[in-house]
Design a protein around this ligand. Structure first.
Ligand SMILES: [Cu+2]
Length: 131
């Protein structure tokens, strides 16, 4: 008699978004090693973001790095052209650097700001354009 061994429930279907530039084996939750097209480096200092967001194109995955060169915690929240929050670098301590990989799926003007206390109105905000 033949025995057939079946793999139990091995097929997991992930609902991936249309952009398929990256490898097929995504680890849900961990974006650390995920493919990125650009890295954007910003510094938080004196209630400001210092740094340049270079030319970015729709469809790219961008790693944002926020180096906190200040005496207070700061973060970076990123919003798409329609105002939807796309992701964030959460509260980052003085001296530390926080990271987030965010997919920029559409063209338009994106906005970023610090969500801590009144930091945004003190000047912690900025915009960049994705073409
Ligand atoms: Cu802040």
């Amino acid at each position: 008699m033949q025995t057939t061994s079946l793999l139990g429930g091995g097929a997991l279907v992930l609902g991936l978004l249309a952009s398929s530039a990256c490898s097929s084996s995504d680890h849900a939750g961990s974006q650390r090693d995920a493919h990125v097209d650009h890295t954007v480096q910003l510094e938080a200092k004196g209630y400001r973001y210092v740094g340049t967001v270079g030319p970015l194109r729709a469809g790219e995955r961008v790693q944002f790095a926020l180096k906190n060169d200040d005496a207070l915690d700061h973060e970076l929240e990123l919003f798409g052209p329609d105002g939807t929050k796309l992701g964030e670098i959460g509260p980052t301590r003085p001296g530390a650097t926080g990271h987030a990989v965010i997919a920029l799926s559409t063209t338009g003007r994106y906005r970023y700001s610090c969500g801590i206390s009144d930091h945004k109105t003190r000047g912690m905000s900025g915009t960049f354009t994705v073409t």
